[in-house]
Write a protein of this length. Structure first.
Length: 141
């Protein structure tokens, strides 16, 4: 993937209205305008929206590395740091921290429009290389 916008289609990302911003290999940026439909019973943003935003940002950061055909989330740990009011805007960033032959280790942050860090995550992603046979995260072919 070259530096620029993220072009990989993702119907789920589109359904939620998550907008891809300028990115570079090993790093991704996304924006989400919050809607009332994303609220939990207490009228704050549902944590699942933050989790989804982090998963997408980290997956795209892993996918954007040269030679990677596709990725799958193996594990993800999320810390929810602040309640988020609706309406509002969230910005997410994902970046690779270590790249192996079969697994990428990735981190991500989410900020609100005021610049408050509202969520963090660390994830492990199985990768499928563009130049080889498909592999699952256990190394089977």
């Amino acid at each position: 993937m070259s530096e620029g916008s993220i072009s990989l289609p993702n119907p789920f990302r589109d359904l939620l209205g998550i907008q891809a911003l300028e990115s570079q290999p090993g790093e991704s940026h996304f924006l989400l305008e919050l809607e009332q439909a994303y609220a939990n019973p207490d009228c704050y943003l549902h944590g699942g929206v933050i989790a989804t935003l982090l998963d997408i940002a980290m997956a795209y950061a892993s996918w954007s590395v040269e030679g990677v055909r596709s990725v799958a989330t193996v594990s993800m740990q999320i810390d929810f740091l602040e309640a988020v009011s609706i309406p509002g805007t969230l910005h997410a960033q994902g970046w690779t921290t270590r790249r192996g032959q079969r697994l990428h280790f990735v981190s991500g942050d989410v900020w609100d429009a005021a610049g408050r860090l509202v969520g963090q995550a660390r994830g492990t992603f199985a990768i499928r290389r563009a130049d080889g046979e498909p592999q699952n995260h256990f190394g089977a072919r």
